[in-house]
Design a protein around this ligand. Structure first.
Ligand SMILES: C[S@@+](CC[C@H](N)C(=O)[O-])C[C@H]1O[C@@H](n2cnc3c(N)ncnc32)[C@H](O)[C@@H]1O
Length: 306
């Protein structure tokens, strides 16, 4: 895939260098999410959609001896996370497929040699495909057990493919980008160890209502994605909190730029851009300050096995 196509497919890829400076409130969300977790001595922690590592950095501060795993679809984001968090097992892959038993999960990138330090039960040789031969011996150890090989095999470690393996799992500010977030969340919990817990934070309906309102007032539609309703995970997860995070910007232009810098500007599929004249008028009318509200739900899922 060309660089341009990759950026289009995942706008976070291009935003990796500017993400930390733009994602100020996302950092607060990540820290808060980690503070909510109830576990004294987790050995293994997975952050799904880890980005540049806000959650993982907070997790390392709280549980310094835990082994950290990060999954993200953006190699550039993973590079940032790995730079900050030595020893991080960084995995590239699609979180929407994590926990799907039938998904042959190509999680790893070539060249991640330090994964040699990752220990765990071995799987069958060759179960990860011949194109990544150099990594196969590592991929068949603990790391790739999280990826669920397509067909179960008795030699694939304790409990087989769907055996839980993380004491703690986190995901901050990702689920709203994925189709069928409740189903995805349920699949993720298959990777918990008995007694493990998963914590997720994501913006829900009512988020960025100021921007939606402005577009409506201009007689135009906005291009925001449809944030899930706050109870979207009913029956799958418990709600710990629903918090509003407010950000003040010097003007509307700064708000829109910050969305781009954080990679969060992907339009809702099928939506049309605001007509130029309407956009100019909105920018002119909001030059002296703009407030944006994110309504963030914090969820907890306990592993089905105690
Ligand atoms: C808003 S950022 C959040 C990053 C980090 N969790 C944080 O709180 O700062 C969303 C992250 O999810 C990643 N992402 C988006 N779609 C994904 C997918 N389908 N699978 C895995 N990661 C994905 C992006 O590359 C990006 O790093």
């Amino acid at each position: 895939m060309s660089d341009a196509a990759r950026d289009k497919a995942n706008p976070f890829e291009k935003a990796a260098p500017s993400y930390d400076a733009a994602a100020v409130w996302q950092k607060d969300v990540a820290r808060h999410l980690v503070s909510l977790a109830r576990h004294d001595h987790p050995q293994t922690i997975l952050d799904i959609g880890c980005g540049t590592g806000f959650v993982l950095a907070a997790a390392r501060g709280r549980w310094p001896s835990a082994r950290l795993f990060g999954l993200d679809s953006s190699p550039a984001m993973l590079e940032e996370a790995r730079r900050k968090l030595p020893g991080l097992a960084a995995m590239e892959g699609d979180a929407a497929r994590l926990g799907e038993a039938e998904a042959p999960f190509p999680l790893l990138r070539e060249g991640i040699k330090e994964w040699g330090s990752v220990e765990g039960p071995r799987g069958p040789e060759g179960s990860v495909g011949s194109t990544k031969k150099t990594l196969a011996p590592l991929m068949t150890r603990e790391t790739l057990f999280v990826t669920l090989h397509p067909s179960p095999s008795p030699s694939q470690g304790e409990g087989g493919l769907s055996s839980p393996r993380f004491d703690l799992m986190f995901s901050s500010m990702l689920l709203h980008w994925l189709p069928e977030p409740a189903r995805v969340l349920r699949n993720w919990t298959k990777l918990l160890k008995p007694g493990g817990r998963l914590y997720a934070a994501l913006p829900v309906a009512g988020t960025l209502r100021e921007w939606r309102g402005l577009c409506r007032s201009a007689g135009a539609g906005d291009r925001l994605i449809n944030f899930p309703p706050e109870d979207f995970a009913q029956g799958v997860a418990g709600t710990l909190e629903l918090r509003e995070h407010k950000s003040e910007f010097p003007g509307l232009a700064a708000f829109l730029q910050s969305l781009r810098n954080a990679g969060a500007h992907a339009p809702r599929p099928g939506s049309s851009p605001l007509p130029r004249a309407a956009m100019r008028s909105l920018l002119r009318g909001n030059e002296n300050g703009f407030t944006a509200t994110w309504r963030v739900v914090y969820l907890e899922v306990k592993s089905e096995q105690a």
